[in-house]
Write a protein that binds this ligand. Sequence first.
Ligand code: CP
Length: 331
Amino acid sequence: MGAGISYSRVGTMKSNLWNRKHLLSMRDIGRGEILSILETAASFREVNHRDIKKVPTLRGKTIINLFYENSTRTRTSFELAGKRMSADVINMSVASSSVKKGETLIDTLATLQAMNPDVVVVRHSESGAQEFLARNLNAAIINAGDGRHAHPTQALLDILTIHDHLPIMGREDFQGLKVAICGDVLHSRVARSNAQGLATMGAEVRFVGPPTLIPAKVEEAFNVKVYHQMDEGIQGVDVVMMLRLQQERMAKAYIPSIREYFHYWGLTRKRLALAADTAIVMHPGPMNRGVEIASEVADDLERSVILEQVANGLAIRMAVLYRLCTPQSRS
Ligand code: CP
């Protein structure tokens, strides 16, 4: 699997079908656009396996990474993606910036914009922060996660990872593919962006979790089925996507105890046997072992594609940066 894979089997392709200045959410991204990004990512994947992992594609372009929340995977993969394409990449550490002296988000971005970057990658704890910035500033903005709202590059890398495994599942495309997104859906931007992106691709998405951790009226808003029993929710599914229990966003008690949560909602090998025989296990990371997922499942490379998600994250971010930094690639 990997570079060279044909994307035509999941839909009619137009490799230039991407005409956006910003990437803010998956809400209105069409199937053709998603396929177009997957195709571009597949072509960049090859670069990451070379001896010399560098191409001149974005020479002379400037990318600023501005992360107001912690990140390992997203921040490093955006940095590496830019550097592998020869862009100048600046990582602004909020902890040592003038944000700590009280500078507002928009003043910070306006200051960075005066340096004329091509793209600013932003992670922020407030839902909608990047949409506000995109409306008020000229720089191209990539949403690297905002509150519980959206994480579009995570959804794209997850769709790419699932796409890689369609042949093993005996499937031609995403039509009717059953995906269970399990656990702390309430606080998860990953769940929301994946539900939107996967539904666009034709998958049947389930949200599986305790009533306290599933948002109200979510069926209509996200076109998903809701299950409040883990064993029922993952029955026969092709993909089990586990979510991190985001205890740092919990101001009140949403679960009785970690021990009880793992008992009822943790993914164990025994529980995974309820899914399809060819089902894959995904997790956006960081994982809480023994909370939402057992190590015996997380480390089982026959079923777990968690590290493939990380590798695909790099390729997807290269593709997105390429499309946003080079307007000629979008027309
Ligand atoms: N999946 C994800 O967004 O991970 P990080 O918080 O480490 O970037």
